[in-house]
Every structure is written in structure tokens, then in C-alpha cells.
Design a protein around this ligand. Structure first.
Ligand code: URA
Length: 157
């Protein structure tokens, strides 16, 4: 049984980072981006004068999906439910200026496109300046980026 790994950081944060799902270390330690992907993020932040405390951090799905950390194996209707819940959570963050989705599922969730729709991919949209429309009508700048874990597999990124 995996544990429920909820978002961290201030509700008043100006930047929201949205990942896909916790992995092994996140399940062990109980907070998002606690493992290798988190180390990578820390180094990117450090290089740019940012720290974790400046972010609210959420995942679309708040449980480790399976031993392979493969979110594509989670039934689509379950993911859709979590995606709707993510939009609800975002309405509580009143000071958002920027949202950064990492990975395909986070991007599709925030673009409100089909979560398994391959025409929307992070490699296509990374670095684009986009607009997220919240449930309450607020429009918030969104700049997707590749998932830090993908760098471990493809150094060219
Ligand atoms: N990858 C994610 O998308 N989220 C985490 O919390 C950790 C790794």
C-alpha cells in the first residue's frame, strides 16, 4: 500500500510546479520531488537563484502508480478524476503568477486536453509561454518544461 503524498509549499506561493506522480523516494519520505528528480530541480533552482520554498509543488496523481513508477498504467478514468481534483486545488492558491507543468500528464491536465492524447507532448510545448485558465476564471501564465527524470535517460535534453 502506497502512501498519500500531498503537495507542499505555501498556498501563497507565486509559482506552482506540477509533476505527475510520486516515485519510490517520495512514497518513502512523504513529499513530492524528494528523490533524484528533486535533486535535479534543486540544482536548476540554485543555478537561477531560486529555492524550493518559493514554490508550491503538486502532482496530478498523489500516489506512487506502481513499482515501475509508470503513470500510463493508471486507468484513464482514475487519472481524469485526479486531474479534476488538481484544478480544484489550484483555486486555493490565490497569488499564482506562473505555473510550470513537468511531464506530459501534467501538461495535458493543465491544458485540459485528453490525458492520453499524444498530439500534446512536453517536447513540443516545453519553453512555450501559455495560459492556464483556472476553474474560477483566472488566467495564469504557464511555461511547461521537460520532466527532470527524462534527463537521466536522455542526457541531450
Ligand atoms: N516525479 C514527479 O512527477 N513527481 C514527484 O513527486 C517525483 C517525481
Amino acid at each position: 500500500m502506497y502512501r498519500h503524498v500531498q503537495g507542499t509549499g505555501s498556498y501563497d506561493a507565486r509559482i506552482l510546479l506540477v509533476g505527475e506522480a510520486p516515485g519510490r523516494e517520495e512514497d518513502r519520505l512523504g513529499y513530492p520531488f524528494a528523490g533524484q528528480s528533486g535533486y535535479k530541480l534543486n540544482s536548476w533552482w540554485f543555478e537561477n537563484g531560486l529555492t524550493r520554498e518559493m514554490f508550491r509543488i503538486e502532482n496530478v496523481y498523489e500516489y506512487r502508480p506502481n513499482e515501475q513508477n509508470d503513470i500510463t498504467k493508471v486507468p484513464l478514468e482514475v487519472l481524469e478524476e485526479w486531474s479534476r481534483y488538481l484544478h480544484e486545488r489550484i483555486t486555493k492558491f490565490r497569488n499564482l503568477w506562473l505555473i510550470v507543468p513537468v511531464g506530459n500528464v501534467a501538461l495535458r491536465s493543465l491544458m485540459r486536453t485528453p490525458l492520453d492524447g499524444h498530439d500534446v507532448s512536453i517536447t513540443k510545448y516545453r519553453g512555450s509561454i501559455m495560459r492556464y485558465v483556472a476553474n474560477d476564471g483566472r488566467e495564469i501564465k504557464m511555461i511547461p518544461t521537460i520532466h527532470p527524470a527524462s534527463i537521466f535517460h536522455q542526457k541531450a535534453k
